[in-house]
Design a binder for this molecule. Structure first.
Ligand code: URA
Length: 218
């Protein structure tokens, strides 16, 4: 789906950062619905499939609320490698347990061309951002997830203007975005389960309206 030269280039761009492995995405690349997460974890690097660990089981619950399967969507992440916690003195030396870590803005920028290209090729009818990192990557720092989750809006996306650029600009195509919480968020805050269920009800309505979801087919 994505040009192998661009993949190689982005793998190279991330090389000096404490990240490991690579996973482009998974599911149906012809789908109208794109889900964007944060970064793969250890399970995903092993299976080479996005959201296959504990967070994957939680994402499957979102999909069953929507009466959709993984074949109905494409799933990828903001950063396509796994950022790990590292020794402060030596950036590339992992600390003992190599725990997962939220990607930094530099890491997000290093892999930005991959998400830009995914969106350009797929032209999804709806982009579901999972968590704050994906929301900020595509819209900037102005929106707070807790205020906008569960609400669709059409917006011009942030995009990296060139491989040399060091900041994202609002020069992408206009797309319909639907922000919700990252599937792993319920592990830290179980009360979000109810909130996410409401978000999925709103998303189901949106997908019906957009012609993505056809209830009569199921
Ligand atoms: N979190 C993500 O954002 N992506 C995965 O594939 C797994 C966990």
């Amino acid at each position: 789906m994505i040009d192998t030269e661009l993949v190689k280039c982005c793998v190279e761009r991330l090389k000096s950062y404490p990240c490991e492995g690579f996973l482009l995405g998974g599911g149906n690349s012809k789908a109208d619905l794109l889900f964007v997460g944060e970064a793969p974890g250890r399970d995903e690097l092993t299976t080479q499939k996005p959201f296959t660990g504990k967070a994957g089981a939680s994402l499957n619950e979102y999909l069953s609320e929507l009466a959709l399967t993984r074949d109905d969507i494409y799933v990828t992440s903001t950063v396509r490698s796994r950022p790990y916690k590292h020794d402060d003195k030596s950036k590339l030396k992992p600390i003992k347990q190599r725990a997962n870590r939220t990607p930094t803005q530099k890491e997000v920028l290093a892999h930005a061309p991959l998400l830009d290209e995914t969106i350009a090729i797929m032209k999804p009818k709806v982009i579901v951002t999972l968590g704050a990192i994906a929301l900020k990557r595509l819209t900037g720092n102005e929106l707070s997830l807790k205020n906008v989750h569960g609400q669709a809006f059409c917006t011009q996306l942030l995009k990296l203007p060139s491989l040399e650029a060091n900041r994202l600009e609002r020069i992408g195509e206009k797309h319909v975005l639907f922000p919700t919480f990252h599937p792993a968020a319920v592990f830290y805050n179980p009360s979000l389960k109810r909130v996410i269920r409401m978000d999925m009800l709103a998303l189901k309505e949106l997908l019906t309206f957009q012609g993505v979801y056809q209830p009569n087919m199921r």
